[in-house]
Design a binder for this molecule. Structure first.
Ligand code: F0G
Length: 458
């Protein structure tokens, strides 16, 4: 029976799930301006909007919450937090902040000037917006295969080292940082190999460009390395993590993912001068450097969560559940990004809704149709999120893919919930020809997908 799979935890607290009718959902989506961010969570049956801040915490995390030390300065909880992070990441300075985008903001405020360039395999949307808001220029140098949902290779989040060298040669000293997103969220939750990280690190050292990791889902990335990279089969997840971080200069983390908490983040790196500047900024916008916008109890929960997420049995259950959904959809011949990534299944809306042009936001249309069908909330990663309008010519540059991300919260849903999602998507797929496109009637300048209001194109 050793091979029989089961989750390495049992359930102690349960939360009821909202049930709605199709008629209600049709009205809800219209009232929400065809933007799922405007739907009250109480009207969502299975919420796959994000895997961020949506994890179920463990009994040990809840226990530590009771032990949190809420001292303004020098809290015991900070020292626990700092020690745990140093033991995994190995960098000298640990700076707490309340979520990942603050870490990005504080770091870029002190590293980037207008006209500077920041590179990444693929910037996540907030990371990209944080570069742009400092007047910086974000450039992605991921391998070409990452843009093709059909190509199945194990490390589809890898950096294209030729593109990287060309960009470094072309822009020289204007390049101020490389941010490696592990796993690569915008690219389908795809991992980066240690071989690629080693080569990347070598090239960046040659050009004097610091390497920072965006580590929201680094534990999942480590699991893929253990599973698929030669020479790492017998290493622990922690050993793999330490090897990754030894190749860079620092990391930022949204603890809301692989630290299994509902809020939190941090920055960690070696540079003393940068640490002084970052702490000054932190005091102005977040809080004193031993709490950084978090309660002491949050720091404790993060410390425990970071250790729990490195547990291989937990990771095996996690990745298996994401694959359960991916494999179900592939069996039904529904186009998804392959291979299935670490935290989500990404539906290929360009293929599923090939009758809707990109100007009418096919991925957003599919997201709305899935909500109406079964109360399942996913999120668009397509033109609503990424299309760019040239201010002068008015010409719109569309992204290469139109995806719907079904992100799976950690330790929250059972396999039955996941199979229900599979059935809902299958049912939408069967009547895909009836789905209509959308047009934007109101939008903001940055990150418009959060607040845009849309209507159906008839
Ligand atoms: N980096 C990555 C790779 C992310 O996926 C996110 C957030 C952030 C940084 C920002 O962190 O939310 O704590 O400020 N991703 C969430 C998502 C929102 O749904 O993928 P944050």
């Amino acid at each position: 029976m050793e091979d029989f799979f089961f989750e390495p935890y049992k359930i102690k607290v349960v939360e009821p799930i909202p049930i709605t009718t199709r008629e209600e959902r049709k009205k809800i989506i219209k009232d929400a301006g065809y933007n799922v961010f405007n739907i009250p969570a109480g009207k969502v049956t299975i919420d796959l909007l994000t895997d961020s801040g949506t994890s179920a915490m463990s009994q040990d995390q809840w226990a530590e919450i009771m032990r949190g030390d809420e001292s303004y300065a020098g809290s015991k909880s900070f020292y626990n937090f700092q020690e745990t992070i140093k033991s995994i990441f190995g960098y000298k300075h640990v700076i707490p902040c309340h979520q990942g985008r603050v870490a990005e903001n504080i770091l870029f405020m002190n590293l980037l000037k207008p006209g500077d360039i920041a590179l990444s395999n693929t910037f996540f949307d907030t990371t990209r917006a944080n570069v742009l808001s400092k007047g910086g220029i974000p450039i992605d140098v991921v391998i070409e295969e990452a843009y093709d949902p059909e190509i199945e290779i194990p490390f589809k989040g890898n950096v294209d080292l030729n593109k990287l060298e060309d960009t470094l040669k072309k822009h020289g000293e204007r390049v101020k940082i490389f941010v490696l997103t592990i796993t690569n969220n915008s690219g389908g939750g795809q991992p980066v190999s240690l071989k690629n990280i080693r080569e990347l690190s070598h090239i960046l050292k040659k050009y004097g460009v610091p390497l920072f990791f965006d580590t929201a889902r680094y534990a999942e990335n480590c699991y893929f390395i253990k599973e698929n990279e030669e020479g790492y089969e017998n290493k622990s997840i922690l050993e793999i993590a330490r090897e990754i971080f030894s190749l860079g200069d620092g990391a930022m983390m949204s603890a809301k993912k692989d630290a299994l908490v509902n809020i939190g983040g941090f920055l960690t790196f070696n540079d003393d001068e940068l640490a002084e500047k970052v702490k000054q900024t932190l005091i102005i916008i977040e809080g004193f450097p031993t709490y950084g916008g978090l309660a002491g109890r949050d720091l404790e929960a993060i410390a425990v969560g970071l250790r729990e997420a490195l547990d291989e049995e937990y990771l095996r259950a996690r990745i298996r559940q994401v694959r359960l959904l991916g494999n179900y959809l592939m069996e039904k011949k529904i186009p998804i990004v392959k291979p299935v990534g670490g935290h989500a299944v990404y539906l290929d809306a360009l293929k599923i809704l090939d009758h809707i042009p990109q100007s009418q936001l096919p991925a957003q249309s599919l997201t709305c149709a899935i909500y109406v069908e079964g109360g399942v909330r996913g999120v668009e990663i397509g033109s609503l999120m990424f299309a760019e309008k040239d201010e002068k010519t008015g010409e719109v540059k569309y992204p290469r893919n139109e995806l719907v991300r079904l992100a799976i919260p950690r330790r929250v849903y059972t396999d039955n919930h996941i199979l229900y999602v599979g059935k809902v998507v299958e049912s939408v797929f069967e009547k895909r020809n009836k789905i209509k496109g959308l047009r934007i009637i109101k939008e903001s300048k940055y990150l418009r997908h959060f607040t845009a209001i849309l209507e159906e194109v008839n």
